[in-house]
Design a protein around this ligand. Sequence first.
Ligand code: SIN
Length: 310
Amino acid sequence: MSHVLILGTGGTIAGTASDPNRQWAYRAAQLSVEQLVAAVPELAHVPLATKQVAQVDSKDMGWITWQALGHAIEEAMADEAVSAIVVTHGTDTLEETACLLHALHDGRKPIVLTAAMRPASAPDADGPANLAHAVKVAKAAAQRGEGGVVAALAGRVWSARDVRKAHSHAIDAFDGGGAEPLDDLTSWPSPEARGWRVLLETPFPPRVELITSHADADGWLLDAALAHVHASGQALAGLVVACTGHGTVHEKLAQAMQRARDAGVAVWRSSRTARGGVQPRDGDAWPAAGHWTPAQARVRLVLELISARP
Ligand code: SIN
């Protein structure tokens, strides 16, 4: 019989507080994915398998953990017994992992990310309901032959293309940056199917940094980054600027961006506003990252630069 595979990566959903009266003082990534499943009565009779891929607070997410996740997903794609995948994740960088999976996954099986805003030890923990919902969504999607990537959070389902954390502490913390959640009748956006090789065969991704345009932004930080070569020999390869409004930049920062471009750095514009992003327009001096958040645009620029390598 086919089953849903639940891949655990940590996060608040697996977090616990040592003092029951101070649940906000918890540590993320303490419980195993098996323990998370065991705490959900609705899952008791659902055919499931679990695998602990990582155990991190997602603020510490990075290439190595993504590679471990990519390996596990690739294996699951080849395993006929797995009908769908659920990934438990921290909320803080869920949008970056979602965007990465959307870019790489080939759409053969559904992948559903889920998370929680309260730790598992809280009396009103939101993780169990989110996990039960994610499994339900994953199973239903597999039955419909759906194979994209979504996030099931606080009772709603978001495309991995749109999802982003929009509130720092509310239980319903995610939105779609202006896009609506998916309902049961909406087909999921197709993933881009760039393939896992770009992730799995790249030991060191190119260095792509993110800076913000703001009052008095004069490019000081960017010039410092341009002058610096890391001890590993790595220099800045790409830059995403979180711009004001629809992609505008302080004139002094724009001069530093030009110096970066002259030095061979790929420079993209995204927006520091919550909705809308920076849509490309004719005659743009700098590429626009579209609707992606600045952090998601950084992931996409990393992938672009790897793909452009000879
Ligand atoms: C994390 O992102 O791992 C911690 C915060 C959270 O999951 O809400």
